[in-house]
Design a protein around this ligand. Structure first.
Ligand code: ATP
Ligand code: MG
Length: 283
């Protein structure tokens, strides 16, 4: 039995549960409980505040955790990042009131900065040789300058909308973050097999995201040209159709280039193009 800690509510909860579900690890929706058990997999879920996750993994109360890289960095807990998970992307930045004529980092010298990430900030400032007063507040950091609590803030930014609506401007991105899978430094041998299975499943789900399966019919004389438009995991599958002079091509395409590829394929005579979701990719 392996124990995985995830956020009990908040921004990473839903995506963490979805990753498990897509990996065939179904846990009853027991969010209000502290511990949940997967029905068909030797895994127990611990639902925690995200701040607590790195610590419980470091001390072995949980074997694994899904948490933002920012929380791992802030906690300083002795854990290993096993995988980046590709969701919960954000950055942690310094932001100042928008009317400030910002000359560069020296502006922060001697000023006060409100944040929920005092360790990351103090490491950054000392690396840059800036001394500033760090005021730790747990929430609503973005209102601190308007409320006269601090001159600037150091906080999570994703679209920047919250900053703008609070009259602030991002001036220094300091750290990129996303959800990561963390583990302790020595996973006991008897849990290794389950861990490998979790990783295998997570990787297959991750690999399939942003991909589409595409199939089409095309005049056989155009197959070479079509293949050059279709990078595939190995190479596209080509099969003759019963109809003389026609072939069928199957391939996998990244979402990001799907429409460009389909348009080019149509231009060279592809017909009956089908585009399907990819559920899992097993290499
Ligand atoms: P908890 O109650 O568990 O302590 P919290 O309020 O500290 O939750 P959330 O706001 O739920 O934290 O954010 C959890 C994590 O999600 C953050 O640590 C960060 O990694 C990521 N995150 C936060 N804000 C954003 C955002 N705007 N866009 C993308 N990811 C974000
Ligand atoms: Mg938190």
């Amino acid at each position: 039995m392996i124990r995985l800690a995830i956020q009990s509510k908040g921004r990473l909860n839903e995506e963490s549960l979805k990753l498990l579900k897509d990996s065939g690890i179904e846990v009853d929706d027991t969010r209000r409980k502290f511990i949940g058990k997967a029905s068909d997999f030797p895994l127990e879920l611990l639902y925690l505040r995200d701040d607590d996750i790195p610590g419980v993994v470091a001390d072995g109360s949980a074997d694994l955790g899904v948490v933002g890289l920012n929380e791992v960095a802030e906690s300083g807990a002795d854990v290993k990042v096993i995988r980046k998970l590709g969701f919960g992307r954000c950055r942690i930045s310094l932001a100042v009131p928008k009317e400030v004529d910002y000359p560069g980092l020296s502006w922060f010298q001697g000023r006060s900065i409100a944040t929920s990430y005092p360790s990351i900030l103090s490491r950054f400032l000392s690396e840059k040789g800036i001394s500033a007063e760090i005021r730790e507040i747990k929430g609503s950091v973005e209102i601190a300058p308007a409320a006269g609590i601090a001159d600037a803030i150091f906080d999570i930014v994703s679209s920047g909308g919250t900053l703008v609506s609070n009259g602030l401007r991002e001036v220094e991105p300091v750290m990129e973050s996303e959800a990561v899978l963390v583990g302790g430094n020595d996973i006991p041998a008897d849990k290794r097999e389950v861990l490998d299975s979790v990783l295998f499943r997570f990787d297959s789900v991750r690999e399939s995201r942003g991909k589409k399966y595409i199939l089409m019919n095309i005049p056989t004389g155009k197959v070479g040209e079509a293949m050059s438009l279709l990078p595939s995991m190995r190479s596209p599958t080509v099969m003759p159709l019963a109809l003389e002079g026609w072939s069928s091509i199957h391939s996998v395409v990244d979402d990001s280039r799907l429409w460009r590829t389909v348009e080019s394929l149509k231009r060279i005579g592809a017909e009956g193009i089908l585009i399907l979701n990819v559920d899992k990719v097993i290499d």
